[in-house]
Design a protein around this ligand. Structure first.
Ligand SMILES: NC(=O)c1ccc[n+]([C@@H]2O[C@H](COP(=O)([O-])OP(=O)(O)OC[C@H]3O[C@@H](n4cnc5c(N)ncnc54)[C@H](OP(=O)(O)O)[C@@H]3O)[C@@H](O)[C@H]2O)c1
Length: 240
C-alpha cells in the first residue's frame, strides 16, 4: 500500500498481553504497520499472526525497555524502514503489591527502571525522530495511581506519578514541533497484571483493555485543533 493511502506506522510496547495487545488489535487494519515489542518474543509472534489476519503489517520484536540502546536501535530500524514513526504507545510496565516497609531498594529500583526509565527511553527515542519529522503522537500509560495513592503500592505509585510528570513536560516541549503527547491514566483494567496484584477486584466490574484501546484511538485521531494532555479513566463502581 502506498504512503499516500494514509499508512500509519506504530510502535506499541508491551504489546503481547493485556492493554498493549488490545491496542494492537484495535488498530490492526490495512494500511497500518504495527511493531509490537516486549521481552518475550513468543506471544508477540503469535499475536502478529492474528494482526496480519486483519490486513495490517505486523512486526514482533523482542526488546527490553530497560536497555535504552536496544530501544534506540528498534526505533531507528522502524524509521530506516518506513521513513518515520507516527505513533508510539509506551505501555510496557510492571506492578507489585507490597507494604511500604517491605519495599526494599531492589524492588523499588526494578519498578523505577522498567516503568520510569523504560517509558522515558522509548519516548526519548521516538521524540528524537518525531521532532525532525514535525509530526507524531506519543501516548504514555500512567494509572489512577499517577494522581492518587493506594496502600501497598508505594513503588508502583511513585513510578506512575513519575510517568505522568515527565509526560507533562514532554507534552509542552513537543508542542512547538507539532508532536502530540498524552498520558492515559486508567483505574483497574481486567488484565493478568491486576488479577495478580489485586485479586480482590472483580473482572466484570473493571475497565476492559478494549476501553483503553478506544481512548488511545481517540487521542491518535484527534483533529489538529485540539490538544488533550491526559485522560483519567476510573471504574464507574470505584469511589471518585
Ligand atoms: N491492569 C491495570 O489495572 C492497569 C491500570 C493502569 C495502568 N496499567 C498499566 O498498563 C500497562 C500494561 O499493563 P497490563 O495491565 O496490560 O499488564 P500486562 O499484561 O502484564 O502487560 C505488561 C506488558 O509489559 C511488557 N513488559 C514488562 N516489562 C517489560 C520490559 N522491561 N521491556 C519490555 N516490555 C516489558 C510485558 O511483556 P514481557 O513480559 O514479554 O516483557 C507485558 O506484555 C502497564 O504500564 C500498567 O502499569 C495497568
Amino acid at each position: 500500500m502506498g504512503r499516500e493511502m494514509a499508512e500509519r506506522i506504530m510502535l506499541i510496547t508491551g504489546a503481547g498481553s493485556g492493554i498493549g495487545a488490545a491496542i494492537a488489535r484495535h488498530f490492526a487494519a490495512p494500511g497500518t504497520v504495527i511493531y509490537g515489542c516486549g521481552r518475550r518474543l513468543e506471544p508477540l509472534t503469535q499475536q502478529a499472526e492474528e494482526l496480519r489476519g486483519f490486513g495490517c503489517e505486523a512486526h514482533p520484536r523482542a526488546c527490553d525497555m530497560t536497555d535504552s540502546a536496544a530501544v534506540d536501535e528498534l526505533v531507528a530500524e522502524i524509521v530506516a524502514r518506513h521513513g518515520r514513526l507516527d505513533v508510539l504507545v509506551a505501555n510496557a510496565g510492571i506492578a507489585v503489591n507490597r507494604p511500604f516497609v517491605d519495599t526494599d531498594d531492589g524492588l523499588l529500583e526494578e519498578i523505577m527502571r522498567v516503568n520510569v526509565l523504560g517509558t522515558f527511553a522509548c519516548c526519548r527515542a521516538a521524540f528524537r525522530h518525531m521532532r525532525l519529522a514535525e509530526a507524531g503522537t506519543i501516548i504514555t500509560i500512567g494509572s489512577v495511581v499517577s494522581h492518587r495513592g493506594y496502600p501497598n503500592q508505594a513503588a508502583y505509585t511513585a513510578s506512575k506519578h513519575a510517568i505522568a510528570g515527565f509526560t507533562k513536560s514532554l507534552c509542552a516541549e513537543a508542542q512547538p514541533f507539532g508532536v502530540r503527547v498524552a498520558c492515559i491514566m486508567p483505574g483497574g483494567v481486567a488484565t493478568d497484571m491486576v488479577r495478580a496484584t489485586r485479586p480482590d477486584l472483580d473482572d466484570e466490574a473493571m475497565i476492559q483493555p478494549e476501553d483503553v484501546a478506544e481512548a488511545t484511538r481517540y487521542l491518535v485521531d484527534l483533529p489538529r485543533r485540539i490538544a488533550i494532555d491526559s485522560i483519567a479513566m476510573r471504574r464507574w463502581a470505584a469511589a471518585p
